[in-house]
Ligand binder design. Structure first.
Ligand SMILES: *[C@@H]1O[C@H](CO)[C@@H](O)[C@H](O)[C@H]1NC(C)=O
Ligand SMILES: *[C@@H]1O[C@H](CO)[C@@H](O)[C@H](O)[C@H]1NC(C)=O
Ligand SMILES: *[C@@H]1O[C@H](CO)[C@@H](O)[C@H](O)[C@H]1NC(C)=O
Length: 310
């Protein structure tokens, strides 16, 4: 078995093998590999409560499997912030679908404001089943993670499936607010085995020997085991909450939670902070697609403005 081809960070190994062959072909054709500048951007909520920025590695569009969404909307007269990172595997299709549909489904949910938690869980499962329906059996092994942060009033709800992590900085300390869904976690492994599946070592731990995350959108062939049920954590937005980082594993494979927080803490512009993290991951040789979203909460800043003007 060509174990040397099984790179640790390939989420779907059959697909990675194809990419590997493609890169062999392009190298033999002596194609120039461009290292494009990242795309980045950002904005601020009209009520001045938070600002956000993002940065994402750019290359040939066809090879990019990370997507992100940053959106400020109004629902029932409330300002809501919706932020997400979607890391695809087996192609970009599923990640793109989730980007285009998940937040629209969520804000249309009748209980979005009154019961945000169950609205999030419903939106995840509804989006996944609509995706599987719309695909018509086309792509059986494409899937995507989702790491999302929903801001409603003074509530921050973080939901995720897969291993695109969310980390907050509260009172200067890095705190993970999502758990990576890996097949070898005791409870995940048990859930998969109880459903009749198995987890096997193939370069890393994989569901059915294939997929390196235990929850995802899509992945029709493994759907019994690889569910899109999000885990949801809630944080209070107060003056100790400084900022939030959402990123694909292209960042987290090479930068720890603590490093990410300490490197971006002093950078008040969230777009600059996201760019800095991306650059660092790139310099540390991350082989994967890298996408970083940073949301900065401005309550603390507002308070210090009050004190200085008083
Ligand atoms: C995205 O990841 C794929 C697969 O690892 C890689 O082939 C491609 O070059 C990456 N693209 C970018 C823009 O980073
Ligand atoms: C899962 O496997 C990885 C290696 O791929 C290891 O670093 C990690 O500690 C394992 N986790 C558990 C809960 O066994
Ligand atoms: C606080 O003051 C700074 C500088 O005076 C200003 O740029 C910033 O927008 C203010 N922040 C808020 C939340 O009012």
């Amino acid at each position: 078995m060509p174990f040397d081809l099984r790179k640790k960070n390939s989420k779907l190994w059959s697909h990675k093998r194809i990419s590997y062959l493609n890169s062999e072909i392009s190298q033999s054709m002596k194609q120039v590999r461009f290292h494009d500048a990242p795309v980045s951007g950002g904005g601020q909520s009209q009520n001045g409560k938070f600002s956000y920025g993002y940065a994402s590695s750019q290359g040939k569009r066809s090879s990019m499997e990370d997507f992100y969404e940053t959106r400020i909307d109004g629902v029932d007269g409330k300002v809501v912030g919706l932020f997400g990172v979607f890391d695809g595997h087996g192609g970009a299709r599923v990640a793109e679908y989730v980007k285009q549909n998940l937040f629209s489904n969520l804000i249309k949910h009748p209980k979005f404001i009154s019961d945000t938690r169950s609205a999030i869980a419903d939106a995840y499962s509804h989006t996944d089943s609509e995706l599987l329906k719309s695909e018509n059996n086309e792509i059986k092994d494409a899937g995507s993670t989702a790491s999302t942060a929903i801001l409603v009033g003074d509530r921050l709800l973080v939901a995720n499936v897969g291993d695109s992590r969310a980390v907050i900085c509260r009172g200067g300390t890095a705190i993970p607010v999502s758990r990576d869904h890996k097949p070898n976690q005791t409870d995940e492994r048990r859930r998969i085995e109880d459903a009749g599946g198995f987890v096997m070592w193939a370069g890393t731990w994989r569901v059915g020997g294939v997929l390196a995350v235990s929850r995802a959108f899509g992945d029709r062939l493994l759907k019994q085991y690889v569910v899109a049920d999000p885990e949801i954590q809630e944080e209070k937005v107060d003056n100790t909450l400084e900022f939030l980082v959402l990123a694909s594993d292209g960042l987290w494979d090479v930068v720890s939670n603590e490093e990410a927080v300490s490197m971006s803490k002093a950078i008040l512009d969230p777009e600059e902070a996201a760019k800095k993290l991306l650059q660092e991951a790139d310099q540390r040789g991350s082989a994967d697609n890298i996408t970083v979203v940073v949301v900065r909460f401005l309550a603390k800043q507002e308070e210090s403005n009050k004190t200085t003007s008083a």
